[in-house]
Design a protein. Structure first.
Length: 462
């Protein structure tokens, strides 16, 4: 009810292009961010698997690396389309942002474009280098490919971090002057926010890929191919799942001084309390927190790293500057709850393994491993919802309101419908292609034909 009231009140004062811009950006970013994670983490996993195959002369590892590379190519091709859509959306949907701060944000967007081209070039070389290049040189093609994916993601995250920590410019009579693009790109919040995203990418990709092989093991395919295909990405996901809460905690400690309104929404703190309790669940109804489970002092510990420091309440924030509290709070707690569950699960797995118990022999664990992939995606999406919605009503924190960043074109609803149709088609196409590849691999076609490329070398030297 509170969310509906907020939407009705907000819509009456919003420009006509704001709501379709928000909806389209949410769909585009929410869809593309999953593919971006594969661009960050998958090359590293492929590198490790390929290197294992070369060092140990392991044909299973080499076969897995080859297959993962072809899956990566499919995801990269679709991500190229969705990324191109996003590049046009920034100017189309948010003319008040790009028209005013284009000089500030141009550098990271330009570097992201260059990174994309480098990644595409070396992905192509790696794909068609199988049996055509010396093995160790072929393996090294993954290094620039992986580095380009990481750099490109850093550039995009730096823009979002700048929105939360604007710097690198001055305002004179409402005009942006004295622009320092490098200072804007390497703003005060970029390193922690990028670390959170980078580790989150490994967690998501690791759980998604290991879940595929866990599903195969549930169907009785417990050969070396499935065991290795599960264990390697699950190991990456395990490390990431344990590190992620620590990075998130350090990142959250900054909110008390940098974005107190967002912190108050996360914690559902209606008033300033010393010490502050941790409120699990619940929603804000008529200005009061309802349905919460309060744990004394823990809110101060998590938010301020103290048993006594207060968390500033929403009553200290002007009503016009408060974010949508319930969405921010529930998204944040969903992210933390899922992340905690996944971290506990991987710790349990490795403790059991150390004691001689292989949980992959238990069907209940394999079912959880299959579910871990969608859960990791949900956690990542919830984290971005918390970050973006919690910053509202600002696009650039305390500099540019979202209502001023959007345009006044109601025709954007038609653009949104077109983009939604394109994304739905890409989803269906990706699902069809990947399912077809999986069926052919299971049928014994170990080397799916390439559409073009030079003939394979009969012999090569390392």
């Amino acid at each position: 009810m509170a969310v509906a009231t907020w939407l009705v009140q907000a819509s009456s004062a919003e420009p006509a292009g704001l709501l379709p811009a928000r909806e389209q950006m949410a769909v585009s970013l929410g869809w593309h961010i999953v593919l971006a994670c594969f661009g960050v983490a998958f090359p590293t996993m492929i590198f490790l698997m390929h290197r294992r195959g070369l060092v140990r002369s392991d044909p299973v590892a080499l076969e897995l690396a080859r297959r993962w590379a072809k899956v990566s190519a499919v995801l990269f091709a679709i991500g190229a389309v969705s990324g191109t859509v996003l590049s046009f959306e920034m100017g189309l949907l948010w003319p008040g942002l790009m028209g005013r701060f284009g000089d500030v944000l141009g550098l990271p967007f330009a570097l992201e474009g260059l990174s994309f081209f480098v990644e595409a070039i070396f992905l192509g070389i790696y794909l068609y280098g199988w049996d055509r290049m010396p093995p160790r040189r072929h393996l090294l093609m993954l290094v620039p490919m992986g580095a380009a994916g990481v750099i490109g993601t850093f550039c995009v995250v730096s823009v979002n971090a700048w929105m939360n920590n604007p710097t690198g410019f001055h305002l004179a009579d409402g005009r942006v002057t004295d622009v320092h693009p490098w200072r804007a790109m390497f703003n005060h919040g970029v390193w922690l926010q990028f670390a959170h995203m980078w580790v989150g990418a490994f967690m998501l990709v690791g759980f998604v890929v290991s879940g595929v092989y866990a599903a195969g093991m549930l169907r009785g395919r417990r050969d070396a191919h499935h065991r290795l295909g599960f264990l390697v990405p699950f190991t990456f996901a395990s490390v990431a799942a344990v590190l992620q809460p620590l990075i998130g905690h350090i990142l959250g400690l900054r909110l008390g001084s940098t974005q107190p309104a967002k912190l108050a929404a996360f914690e559902l703190a209606t008033t300033t309390e010393r010490p502050s309790p941790l409120r699990l669940g619940g929603v804000l109804i008529d200005g009061k927190a309802r349905g919460t489970i309060d744990i004394p002092r823990l809110g101060s510990v998590i938010a301020r790293n103290s048993f006594s420091k207060p968390v500033a309440g929403l009553d200290t924030i002007p009503a016009a500057d408060r974010p949508p509290v319930n969405i921010s709070h529930l998204a944040f707690q969903s992210m933390v709850g899922i992340g905690t569950l996944l971290a506990a699960a991987v710790v349990l797995f490795w403790i059991a393994r150390r004691r001689g118990h292989d949980l992959t022999e238990r069907r209940w664990f394999l079912r959880f491993a299959v579910a871990a992939g969608p859960l990791a995606i949900a956690a990542l999406e919830a984290g971005w919802i918390a970050t973006e919605v919690g910053r509202q009503p600002w696009t650039v924190w305390h500099v540019l309101r979202t209502t001023d960043a959007a345009g006044n074109n109601p025709g954007l609803w038609w653009v949104f419908a077109g983009v939604f149709a394109v994304y739905a088609a890409m989803t269906a196409g990706a699902w069809t292609v990947l399912r077809s590849m999986a069926r052919r691999w299971r049928a014994g076609e170990h080397d799916l034909p390439s559409p073009y490329g030079p003939p394979a070398m009969a012999e090569h030297r390392s």
